[in-house]
Design a protein around this ligand. Sequence first.
Ligand code: GSH
Length: 209
Amino acid sequence: MYRLYYAPGAASFVVHWVLLEIGAPHELIAVDLAGGQQKTAEYLRLNPVGVVPTLIVEGAPLFESSALAMLLAARHPGSGLLPVAGTRAADLNYQWLFHLANSVQPAFRHWFHPEDAASADCGDSVKESARGHIEAAWGRLDALLGTQEFLTGSQPAIADFMAVMLARWSRNMPRPATTWPKLAAYIGRMKARPTFAELNRREGLTEWL
Ligand SMILES: N[C@@H](CCC(=O)N[C@@H](CS)C(=O)NCC(=O)O)C(=O)O
């Protein structure tokens, strides 16, 4: 039994989605981010970074959303979400997952919280720079998805779930991910998975369905 500490629509979204995809029994614990619950001593004992998600695996806590999604897929190989090691699909899964987690996800942090990166008077330039990085990423994915169905080939892998979570975060930006046509079609394919509706229902999300 896994236990996921989450907040609706946050970085925990990809982990929750993968839990549904693999069909593993799990318990959900909502963390009140606005109320600062993630910075309490009790929560910091589980996750010293003070963010969601935290996943309890065999009684011990782990953090970092992309790593949690990967380890779930590795622990449940029957799900097929982790391509077989040593194949081109596995190589691409690493490439895209690390790229999304290292380059695109931090740009969202700067878009939503420019104060984390610079003083208040530089906020607009931080946001513009973050927006440039995010839109460049959508352009790269759009070009790729013109030639293949998913990021690693013909089957969805963990990197795809991460990509769609980040695409969702762009929904209220000046140029959302869905304005790139091939990317929009891909997002539509991922959103058509029955787990996506269930995920949104469980997290109480009504936007971007
Ligand atoms: N790289 C981390 C980022 C986690 C993260 O920034 N989570 C946000 C929500 S999307 C959070 O908990 N923010 C609360 C805070 O920073 O106090 C991951 O992917 O797990």
